[in-house]
Design a binder for this molecule. Structure first.
Ligand code: C2E
Ligand code: MG
Ligand code: MG
Ligand code: MG
Length: 281
């Protein structure tokens, strides 16, 4: 059947490269108008103190409900937004919206974590975008933590580092997200004094299944973070056993379905009306 493709015949057996490209093109068209059509929404996932289980922050996670395509996962559209640079205006919206909601809907001691892509960081005025989001919302810069992945060091590393240093000079903190899944080079940890290292869910799952390698890696990351003056957050903790293990391994903060799924802002407000602790799962 593959031979017939050139003639435009429908191919039933192999999902062709053409269809992947076509799907992206169709999605890109919808993505271009998503902002002006108000199709994005932020959900927030709690980050808790590993020992007290008190909520210390919420991570903003974008949701897209497209008129044509229904719910599209960020794992699918964020890479597309990055390739097309649509992530720049989308990211500015996220920054403004998350700062505004945090300032308005949750207590002063609780932070907000915002994911930022490399394409945003290398924009000439990234720090200006942050300053404007902070001043429009009235959010204390100390309550903003920017999350980046190791991919920021792949290209234009110096520009990205300078932009993050400007944000840190404002009082914001910076987390290294999904640690251990990229082209991890420990050299990155010398280039920028991250506030937090987020240990990827991959290692949490591994450790929970008693993988000696995962356990050793988490221990090593915790020890390294400690001596570098950074804190650690474990991602993707899904049950009590994993939470206990992670606590014993010495991670400072925990995030995962066990403590709360990403939720609409109205649900965040309800958490504080019952005292800031998680409701038992
Ligand atoms: P991330 O920043 O590493 O966010 C964590 C992802 O893990 C989220 O997926 C979250 O829903 C999921 N997660 C949290 N706890 C658990 C758990 O216990 N088990 C499992 N299986 N998953 C868990 P989500 O919301 O689909 O987002 C995927 C990625 O998309 C994010 O990964 C981030 O890289 C990116 N992203 C999301 N929102 C934004 C945004 O506003 N801007 C940018 N640039 N990227 C974003
Ligand atoms: Mg993140
Ligand atoms: Mg992550
Ligand atoms: Mg991730």
């Amino acid at each position: 059947a593959a031979k017939d493709e050139g003639g435009g015949t429908h191919c039933e057996y192999e999902p062709s490269l053409h269809s992947v490209a076509e799907e992206r093109r169709v999605l890109e068209i919808a993505l271009r108008s998503a902002l002006e059509r108000n199709e994005f929404e932020l959900h927030y996932q709690p980050v808790v103190d590993a020992n007290t289980e008190e909520v210390v922050s919420f991570e903003a996670l974008i949701r897209w409900n497209s008129a044509e395509h229904g719910f599209v996962s960020p794992a699918k559209f964020i890479p597309l937004a990055e390739d097309t640079r649509l992530i720049v205006p989308i990211g500015t919206w996220v920054m403004q919206e998350a700062c505004r909601e945090a300032a308005r809907h949750w207590p002063d001691h609780v932070k907000v974590n915002i994911n930022v892509s490399p394409e945003q960081l290398i924009e000439p005025d990234f720090a200006g975008t942050v300053v404007r989001a902070l001043s429009h919302s009235g959010l204390d810069p100390k309550r903003l933590e920017i999350e980046v992945t190791e991919s920021i060091f792949m290209r234009d590393a110096d520009i990205a580092r300078k932009a993050l240093e400007q944000c840190m000079a404002l009082g914001c903190s910076v987390a290294l997200d999904d640690f251990g899944t990229g082209y991890s080079s420990l050299g990155y940890l010398r280039k920028l004094k991250f506030t937090t290292i987020k240990v990827d869910r991959l290692f949490v799952q591994g450790a929970a299944q008693s993988s000696p390698e995962s356990l050793a890696i988490i221990r090593a990351v915790v020890a390294m973070a400690d001596s570098l003056g950074m804190t650690t957050t474990a991602e993707g903790v899904e049950n009590e056993d994993e939470a206990d293990l992670i606590r014993r391994l010495g991670c400072n903060k925990i995030q995962g379905y066990h403590f709360g799924r990403p939720m609409p802002v109205d649900d965040v407000r309800k958490i504080f009306s019952r005292g800031g602790r998680r409701k038992s799962a």
